[in-house]
Design a protein around this ligand. Structure first.
Ligand SMILES: [Zn+2]
Ligand SMILES: [Zn+2]
Length: 441
């Protein structure tokens, strides 16, 4: 049997599950997975045990959590195997899952349904955080920013921040993330290449919180090769292999991953050796020379998460996105009837009918103020009061007169918009819709 597993971006991984002789453990069933570094061939059930036992051992070896602690698990695609295996390994543990709907088209909503189903099946409580609803933006929107070719990194920054926030919210002392062996060694190598030893420290199996009151972060999959993670997902029919995120730029880390995969063909234990070198040699060396006092961690002035600068890197990026969106918004001078209808639902809109009495007809936008364009100068003083707080929509019969006034108001710094092609361009049903859309002011 062959299984295709969609990777981030447009790649796919092919997993082969074919009988390859007798299982080295039970010596009964036929083996379908070869674990080369351990010189073993395993059947489905022995592989599952092997996978789950390793997680149990790692949790115990690094004292990741004790039995009274609530363990939060990030429920994204990369941690589905972790969620399932943790539940299998620690049946009585208080495990809590999070899912962040990142607003990624053709992906986030689909995955959300799958995660809900999985958590129901496993009887794990789930907290869903919808980025658009809670914070007013989506990950896809970052495509208009300078981060367009660093989407995975922006996404990671935002997810880390929110997972921490949610852990605090549900009183979880521990936050488990899905970083596997391949993620860890390739990230270590890439940080090594740019000399960022400070960041290498963050790849430890257990990370103490930067500030009191925040969860410690654990990586139970740190010794699990990525491919085995995928096998586990497939064998246990955690139905996620067909969900793949459309973002997935080529990063140094991914290039290093491929390079290490290449080396693995002749040195099956290379990933474990790299992990051990970093853990046992490099990190202790670094920590010996680290002056803990130097680290100046404060609470971000916007979200109050631990950060080493006044505003954390998540909030910085979100602020930048908002600026970009504002610029796009400002670029728009004319709106159509649908956009007007949407705007009318907000409270801070003033609609001005600039027609003079001889241009009036039976069409009129409800609650609009009539200021004929010739008289606008007289009313400017009053309008100025709303310059900072309100949007102003102007209309006339054809859109021509009101456009000139829109520009005049823009010159003065108003957020002014022209109803494109005027009120006569509306067909009857648009007009009826507009009348019935509720608005005040
Ligand atoms: Zn077996
Ligand atoms: Zn922040």
């Amino acid at each position: 049997m062959e299984i295709f597993y969609g990777k981030c971006g447009i790649g796919r991984i092919k997993l082969k599950l074919e009988p390859i002789g007798k299982c080295s453990r039970c010596r009964k069933n036929s083996a379908i997975i070869e674990i080369r570094y351990a010189k073993q061939k395993l059947c489905q059930s022995c592989f599952n045990n092997f996978f789950i036992n390793r997680i149990r051992r790692v949790v115990e070896e690094f004292k990741m959590f004790n039995k009274n602690e609530r363990v939060a698990v990030s429920g994204g695609k990369d941690s589905v195997a972790l969620l399932h295996a943790l539940k299998m390994a620690f049946k009585d543990q208080d495990i809590f899952a999070f899912y962040i709907n990142l607003g990624i088209n053709y992906y986030s909503d689909h995955l959300e349904k799958k995660v809900i189903k999985l958590c129901e099946d496993l009887k794990i409580p789930l907290e869903i955080y919808n980025l658009k609803e809670k914070e007013g933006y989506t990950i896809d929107e970052f495509l208009i920013t300078k981060y367009k070719d660093k989407m995975c990194s922006v996404c990671g920054t935002i997810k880390r921040n929110i997972f921490t926030l949610l852990s605090v919210k549900v009183n979880a002392n521990v936050l488990a993330t899905g970083h596997n062996l391949d993620d860890t060694v390739s990230t270590m190598m890439s940080l090594f290449l740019i000399g960022d030893f400070e960041a290498i420290r963050k790849l430890k199996p257990v990370l103490k919180p930067l500030l009191n009151g925040y969860p410690r972060k654990i990586k139970p999959l740190i010794t699990t090769p990525e491919i085995e993670d995928l096998y586990y997902v497939s064998l246990n029919e955690l139905p996620l292999q067909e969900c793949s995120c459309p973002h997935g730029e080529i990063t140094t880390i991914k290039q290093i991953k491929n390079w290490i995969d290449e080396l693995e063909k002749t040195q099956p234990d290379i990933k474990f050796r790299l992990l051990s070198i970093f853990r046992k040699k490099i990190i202790p060396l670094y920590e010996k020379n680290l002056n803990e006092e130097l680290e100046d961690i404060k609470a971000c002035s916007i979200c109050s998460m631990p950060s080493n600068s006044e505003i954390c890197s998540k909030c910085k990026r979100v602020l930048e996105l908002k600026e970009y969106k504002q610029k796009l918004e400002d670029l728009k001078i004319e709106i159509d009837y649908k956009e007007l209808q949407k705007m009318l639902k907000e409270n801070n809109v003033i609609v001005i009918d600039v027609r003079s009495s001889d241009e009036m007809n039976e069409l009129k936008i409800e609650n609009s103020i009539n200021i004929p364009s010739e008289e606008i100068e007289k009313h400017l003083k009053n309008l100025l009061k709303f310059k900072k707080t309100h949007k102003i929509v102007l209309y006339c019969n054809s859109g021509r007169k009101s456009y000139a006034l829109t520009i005049r108001l823009r010159n003065m710094g108003f957020k002014a918009y022209n109803l494109k092609d005027g009120i006569l361009a509306l067909n009857f049903s648009d007009y009826e819709n507009l009348l019935s859309s509720s608005w005040s002011d």
